[in-house]
Ligand binder design. Structure first.
Ligand code: SF4
Ligand code: SF4
Length: 358
């Protein structure tokens, strides 16, 4: 086929973000002189050209209904310059070019029932994976945990009273794409999957399921004359990875699917190296609709961090300085055998580096 006869490719994926950027931001791209943080929830960026952008950050619940979304967009059209952007932590940011526009914009946001904050050394909006709605492995409603906890942490979102920024994450399964955070609330299954043998042959591709298990605990088996699977329960680490390719291996359970709280995860290498989070509370009841037990633990950790950390210390820096024994002492969390990672197979088979392996 001659080159001129070939059709141009159909682009898919994310559209170019530049077309949606505030014009002042586009004009000064890469030409910013400095930025300031005039008050909680507001950022000021000044360009070499003298242009200014005032950003007002507003917390949202991430899974937005059409009504809320329209309300937020109307505010943007009326009180900002008609441009918004969503941040990774489900905040919506409005950008304006004049200081005089900031207060009317904040008033419109708060009058509509939303909150302004989440900048600098505040507790930023909790991030969560929304698998409850679309993924195939959720063990809990992560969005519900976020709502219940942020209701209690609303003042920490609106003010900047923490030693440094605090990122809290939740995830709806134990394998979790929502993981790392200064504090993370993750699902913890405590019992191996229960297999519905009548369904396995019709629903599951058995080699895929066997290959999915990180500890080789699943074997093909014949049960009642039909091809099925069996689990070596001594090896099983209750991760839930076999459930997505084989829903008859049910692992979610209102009694035995718990929450676990982890602390000290940090992707950034701005001041110290990135760090993995560590388990500090296991077997916490997964107790909807308000999750009081998990919320109490998070609040206790935040209180001690706020009182004990030096300025600019993230939670992992604070714990590194005071040491883990002291962390458990001040937070009053019990240190149990579940905090000790004694699974030696991890040395050979788990990804312990930042390199991705397949
Ligand atoms: S945390 Fe797990 S269940 Fe939730 S979206 Fe991510 S992979 Fe899916
Ligand atoms: S829960 Fe995890 S460890 Fe247990 S059998 Fe399934 S994949 Fe293997």
């Amino acid at each position: 086929m001659a080159l001129e006869d070939m059709r141009s490719p159909i682009e898919s994926g994310c559209p170019d973000g530049f077309q949606y950027m505030h014009p002042t931001m586009r004009k000064n791209f890469g030409q910013w002189k400095y930025h300031e943080h005039p008050k909680p929830g507001v950022l000021l960026h000044v360009a070499h050209s003298g242009d200014e952008i005032w950003t007002v950050k507003c917390g949202t619940q991430r899974i937005l209904d059409v009504y809320s979304l329209r309300t937020l967009m109307d505010i943007g059209d009326k009180f900002a310059d008609g441009y918004v952007r969503f941040t990774l932590r489900s905040n919506i940011e409005y950008m304006v070019t004049k200081e005089a526009q900031v207060e009317p914009l904040i008033k419109a946001i708060t009058d509509a029932g939303f909150i302004v904050g989440g900048t600098a050394n505040s507790v930023a909006m909790m991030s969560h994976t929304q698998g409850w709605l679309h993924c195939d492995i959720p063990g809990t409603d992560a969005s519900g945990v976020v709502k219940a906890m942020m209701d209690e942490l609303i003042d920490e979102f609106k003010e900047c009273n923490m030693p440094n920024r605090v990122h809290i994450t939740t995830s709806c399964c134990q394998i979790n794409c929502g993981g790392q955070g200064d504090i993370a609330i993750n699902v913890q299954h405590t019992k191996p999957p229960k297999i519905n043998h009548d369904l396995v042959a019709n629903v599951c591709e058995r080699p895929t399921v066997v290959a999915r298990c990180p500890v080789a605990a699943i074997r093909p088996a014949m049960v009642n004359g039909r091809p099925s699977l069996e689990v070596d329960e001594k090896k099983c680490i209750c991760c839930g990875a076999c459930f997505p390719p084989c829903p008859p291996m049910q692992i979610n359970d209102p009694e035995n699917s718990k929450l676990a709280v982890w602390v000290g995860g940090n992707h950034s290498n701005a001041r110290s190296k990135p760090s993995f989070q560590k388990l500090v509370a296991a077997g916490v009841p997964n107790n909807p609709p308000r999750w009081p037990e998990a919320t109490a633990i998070v609040k206790r950790i935040l209180k001690e961090y706020k009182e004990g950390a030096k300025d600019w210390e993230r939670i992992n820096d604070w714990i590194d300085r005071i040491g883990w024994p002291r962390f458990f002492e001040v937070t009053g969390l019990p240190f149990t055998k579940y905090h000790i990672d004694n699974w030696r197979g991890a040395r050979n088979s788990l990804n312990a580096s930042t390199h991705i392996r397949f």
